[in-house]
Design a protein around this ligand. Structure first.
Ligand code: PLP
Length: 392
């Protein structure tokens, strides 16, 4: 009989490089391997299990909904989707929310809406979308084209026309690409995740906001990884004084079930009309019930606690042997190693019972930490001790 690893390697399409661990179950910030080994989870499924494994309240909300309606087509109304949309709009000031199933899909919705907005308001030539180098927006053709990482494009050309790439945190490079009647939108992460945990500067944010306002260009904030409390505010754009016209999110809002959201502010709302966009599973009542459980507990007290834990991480890592610099915001952290390659450190951490990942590419890779936001201080301190021991 094949082992789980052998079966996976044989039958699952080989698009992932997996660590040699089978995770069988988990609770909170602790994951258990097939061999009974315990791991402190410092990556939470790329920031998806925001309340850790099998959080009791989330589990109760999801299972209660499963026993009522697990799915209906979008021809009918359901309570969880309506409640979640209301909650998101009230918390953000956005006007409406489109539900998708992933971050990539949320971005496809945003990109389509941006194109339609450009065509409707500024003419058929208005379709260019500016994105940033080192950004990551997903794997579908629109989102992968928006992604500013060349290696993600290789082999899939021709990509979608009408995308151009600026340097993150370099406002002049954005200005050079702007054409007031051809640029439909700028899409940006406030903290680039896959591209290396790069935090947007306030100057860049102010510059982007001005360019968008002056030229009637939609500002799309991709909060798929940096949103939902991850950086210590509900959405990271709040800390940068941005007023996005479209916000996309996914990952952490679902607490572990697939959900994506594309929210429209005043200016962009109403762009998409019946027939323009849709998805079978979008707004799935079980995923929405789980997201309500997560979002309703991310109040100011909770967010302040994320910021407090962030300080624990920065204090423990900054200036310690093997660390050149610590980047990030809240509990989205990128450690720039000075002694060893990030990949080697991540593997050592795994050996010693801590799950973490890398960010960025080539020689400039960082060790990325995205712990569950509910990790206890004791677990956090223990994980940081192990990480420190692997850095030097
Ligand atoms: N946008 C950002 C900023 C992401 O980090 C990701 C995934 O890592 C995506 C979009 C794509 O999300 P998904 O993998 O759910 O399609």
């Amino acid at each position: 009989m094949l082992s789980i690893k052998e079966k996976d390697n044989k039958y699952i399409t080989g698009t992932y490089n997996r660590f040699p661990v089978v995770i069988t179950h988990g609770k909170g910030a602790i994951a258990y391997g097939e061999d009974g080994k315990e791991y402190i989870d410092m990556e939470s499924g790329y920031g998806t299990n925001s309340f850790g494994f099998c959080d009791d309240e989330w589990l109760a909300a999801v299972t209660a909904q499963l026993q009522k309606v697990q799915h209906t087509s979008n021809l009918y109304y359901t309570e969880p989707a309506a409640d979640l949309a209301e909650m998101l709009c009230q918390r953000t000031g956005m006007k409406t929310a489109f539900f998708a199933n992933s971050g990539g899909e949320a971005n496809e919705c945003a990109l389509k809406a941006a194109r339609k907005y450009g065509h409707t308001h500024k003419g058929d030539d208005c379709y260019t979308i500016i994105s940033m180098k080192n950004s990551f927006h997903g794997r579908g053709f629109g989102a992968v084209t928006a992604t500013g990482i060349e290696s993600d494009h290789r082999g899939f050309e021709p990509l979608v026309p009408g995308f151009v790439y600026a340097d993150f945190n370099d406002i002049d490079s954005v200005k050079q690409l702007v054409s007031d009647n051809k640029t439909a939108a700028i899409i940006v992460e406030c903290v680039q995740g896959e591209g290396g945990v790069n935090v947007m500067t306030p100057e860049f944010a102010a510059g982007l906001q001005k360019i968008c306002s002056d030229n009637d260009i939609l500002l799309i904030c991709d909060e798929v990884q940096c949103g939902n409390g991850r950086t210590g505010t509900l959405y990271a754009y709040e800390q940068l004084g941005l007023h996005p016209d479209i916000v996309t999110t996914a990952k952490g809002i679902g607490g572990g079930l697939p959900i994506g959201v594309c929210m429209f502010g005043e200016k962009a709302d109403g762009t998409l009309v019946p027939g323009d966009h849709g998805t079978t599973f979008g707004g799935n009542p079980v995923a929405c019930a789980g997201a309500i459980s997560i979002l309703s507990r991310m109040d100011e007290v909770f967010l302040a606690d994320v910021r407090r834990k962030s300080k624990i991480v920065f204090d423990a890592l900054e200036g310690t042997p093997g660390v050149a610099r610590v980047d990030g915001l809240g509990l989205m952290i990128g450690i720039v190693p000075s002694e060893k390659p990030a990949g080697e450190i991540v593997n050592e951490c795994l050996e010693k019972g801590v799950l973490c990942i890398t960010a960025g590419s080539g020689g400039s890779q960082k060790v990325r930490l995205l712990p569950p936001l509910t990790i206890t201080d004791e677990q956090l301190v223990k994980a940081l001790e192990i990480i420190r021991s692997c850095l030097a």
